[in-house]
Design a protein around this ligand. Sequence first.
Ligand code: SF4
Length: 262
Amino acid sequence: MAAAGHLERRIRRLAGRAIGDFGMIQDGDRILLGLSGGKDSWTLLYILAKLRERAPVRFDLLPVTVHPGFPGFDTTGIEAYLKEQGYDSRVVHAPIFETMQAKLAEGERPCSLCSRIRRGVLYTQARVSGCNKVALGHHRDDFIETLLLNQFYNGKIKAMAPFLRADDGRSVVIRPLVYVPEQEIVRFAAEAGFPVTCCACPFCGDPDMKRVKIKGLLAALEHEQPGIKANLLAALGDVELRHLLVRQGAPSGAAVLPRNSG
Ligand code: SF4
């Protein structure tokens, strides 16, 4: 087996640290991995498989791809690669594109609907496949973009959880790439030669999307002052509630000031 390169070792170390910090994986876990075919999910699958080789605990990985119905999304390359790697995997068709067309009002953005349906499909698959956890490929930049999106557009301090009991009360969602910068995943996925497959979503990369704007803003800030992204992630783990506008005894989510939704 070829020795792992520097980037692989670094990503493995960061993922291993996150798994330890948040107690993500236990002996006997059967983990469904949401494999979209993009760089993040391929990296997650590869890294978890590598960590498993040396882990003191035993766990199974089941890659599952949700086919959202976007015209042009082709899972052939994904299935072939997984088979070659010896995985028992599956592709599940979900009417995401159809639902978007039927339900979205003119100008309404599709991402939250799309994510909700995908999550629901993955939780159901986890249940029927006997998986107790769902692993997703969200990385550091996803966490901090979500933090800023919620602050800027929803008036909330909220990001993502690296370890979360899902809304269905059964599945546990884990995000082992929480500490890994997106740029390192981009480089690693190219280096590893994963069969990265375009999701064919007609909205992907639309410059009017809030996430795309936040990404641009963060890139500009990071360019001007390297370390800003790392600080934003660190901030998520170092919250001083006493210095926020939180009323004593108020339930979580009870806003003090009105939100400006305009
Ligand atoms: S960009 Fe497309 S695929 Fe991604 S969450 Fe939004 S609608 Fe879904």
